[in-house]
Design a binder for this molecule. Structure first.
Ligand code: ADP
Length: 495
């Protein structure tokens, strides 16, 4: 008797992870492995594609071994992945012709500036919902075509394939038989028209990228193919793919218009489901494909805060004033809300809605009695204030959430979540399973394979573990927000 298990692969920026679930989508085993970051020059970030592939195989085999599962026990595989990271490989040998260029890589910044100066940004954002920024895949593809000898000609001849990490893993898992991606990953490339749901010739021309390179775009829950016999010892269907932030929204069962999730890991990523409407932002947020299921596109508005959990690491590693991230909670509890001291953790500039890449961090409002406790508490508060800035921007763009579902490592901190609810003025919901990203990939695989019957059943699987209701008075909230606004104004460069 086979065991009806679901297997989800989360290929992230610093590690790869596989989680195995039973047919009630409860976790029964997992395995994780970090891999090396490659920094060839300041501002450049690469991954070795073989290291990605090895780590994915290792963690998948390990997780299967840990739960005593064979390929026959796995009903379906779901994949979620670091988004935008760009790979190009040889269709004949499956070998990549360059390291993966990671989303964080800024090598194409001046290329983006040139395109902007030529007036290309409005076309790009109108079609893709994104900004003309090195973050997204298109200029990374162009860079490889322009800098690796002989590659452009081979691309035009159809000898090469481009993919984001999901697509690369699908190619490898299927033994080089399938070249496809899903709409959520495609929507992060700068080449995909999110309104028409197809690769866009005008954009391909703008970035000078041959169409022959591109994968087929399928729904997030789809029959992507099966694994070859070698990799997992049998043919297992691959049934779900979504980029990591979209997968987190799916894992939070964010299928209704207005549902909003905020993931607090290293950084913070908020996505609000805007239903079948692609809302264009007047506040520098991104419009993206949140999911595509049964051919139905759901759009999302996305904003991010560059520094969230990593601010706790800064307190620990650079300032040395806490021993561990969880210690921030006990410190904040004894200190209470801090009014005068503000930490603006703009270590890498300020994101939406300010979009000031030249701003830098600051600690403001110190008096003789201010010390470690105030700085730690103010740093936690800053993450909540920045979330509020994003939610305000979303409201201004036309989507105002009535609650927010949170996930990621930082949501273990109950004090932070209570402060977040108070500052947002809406309830904050923490799910039983805070690993929403990988769960979202499992949900997609479950849907397509029939382990989960419908999106409605899926919504019923989501369970809340804790609810944080806003308790603060409006006056108090406004007073704190005014203090935060003044602190941000002090670090902005006007750039
Ligand atoms: P990522 O997926 O980006 O690696 P995780 O979701 O694993 O991140 O979350 C890790 C982050 O959460 C770290 O930056 C850490 O500082 C922060 N973190 C973990 N526990 C707590 C806590 N109790 N309070 C505040 N921050 C925390």
């Amino acid at each position: 008797m086979s065991r009806q298990l679901l297997l989800a692969i989360d290929q992230g920026t610093s590690s790869s992870r596989t989680v195995i679930y039973d047919n009630a989508v409860t976790v029964i085993g997992s395995s994780q492995q970090e891999f090396a970051q490659i920094y060839p020059q300041p501002g450049w970030v690469e991954h070795d594609p073989e290291a990605i592939w090895r780590s994915v195989q290792d963690v998948t085999r390990q997780a299967m071994q840990d739960v005593g599962a064979t390929a026959a026990d796995i009903v379906a595989i779901g994949i979620t992945n670091q988004r935008e990271t760009t790979l190009i490989w040889d269709r004949q040998t499956s070998a990549c012709i360059h390291n993966a260029i990671v989303w964080q890589d800024r090598r194409t910044a001046s290329y983006c500036e040139r395109l902007k100066a030529d007036g290309a940004e409005s076309l790009v954002s109108q079609k893709t919902g994104l900004k003309l920024d090195p973050y997204f895949s298109a200029t990374k593809i162009a860079w490889i075509l322009d800098n690796v000898k002989g590659v452009r000609e081979r691309a035009v001849n159809g000898e090469l394939a481009f993919g984001t990490v999901d697509s690369f893993l699908l190619w490898r898992l299927s033994g080089g038989r399938v070249h496809a991606t899903d709409a959520s990953n495609a929507s992060r490339t700068l080449l995909f028209n999110i309104h028409r749901q197809e690769w866009d010739d005008e954009l391909l021309q703008l970035f000078d990228i041959p169409r022959e390179l591109l994968p087929t775009v399928l729904d997030c829950a789809a029959d992507f193919g099966v694994t070859d016999d070698e990799t997992l010892g049998g043919a297992v269907p691959i049934c779900g793919i979504a980029g990591d932030q979209q997968a987190a929204l799916i894992g939070q069962a964010g299928f209704e218009k207005g549902t909003t999730k905020s993931t607090y890991g290293t950084g913070c990523f908020v996505i609000a489901n805007t239903g079948d409407k692609a809302l264009a932002s007047g506040n520098q947020l991104l419009t993206t494909v949140a999911s595509r299921i049964d051919g139905k596109v759901t759009y999302g508005l996305e904003g991010s805060v560059f520094v969230a959990g990593s601010a706790m690491q800064w307190l620990r590693d650079e300032l040395g004033i806490i021993d561990s991230a969880p210690e921030s909670e006990s410190i904040a509890k004894t200190t209470g809300i801090v009014d005068d001291v503000h930490v603006v953790p703009a270590f890498a500039g300020l994101g939406a809605p300010y979009w000031d890449p030249h701003a830098r961090g600051a600690i403001l409002g110190l008096s003789r009695g201010s010390g470690r406790n105030e700085i730690v508490t103010a740093t936690l508060q800053a993450v909540a204030f920045q979330t509020r800035d994003l939610i305000d921007a979303m409201a201004d763009d036309g989507i105002a959430p009535s609650t927010i579902r949170v996930d990621g490592g930082m949501v273990a901190n109950g004090w932070f979540l209570q402060f977040l609810a108070d500052i947002l003025g809406i309830p904050v919901e923490r799910p039983l399973n805070v690993e929403s990203t990988v769960l979202g990939a499992a949900y997609l695989a479950g849907l397509q394979s029939g382990v989960i019957e419908s999106v409605a059943q899926l919504a019923g699987l989501w369970q809340r573990e804790a609810l944080f209701e806003p308790k603060m008075s409006v006056d108090r909230r406004e007073q704190l927000l005014a203090g935060w606004g003044a602190a941000v104004a002090r670090v902005r460069t006007g750039g």
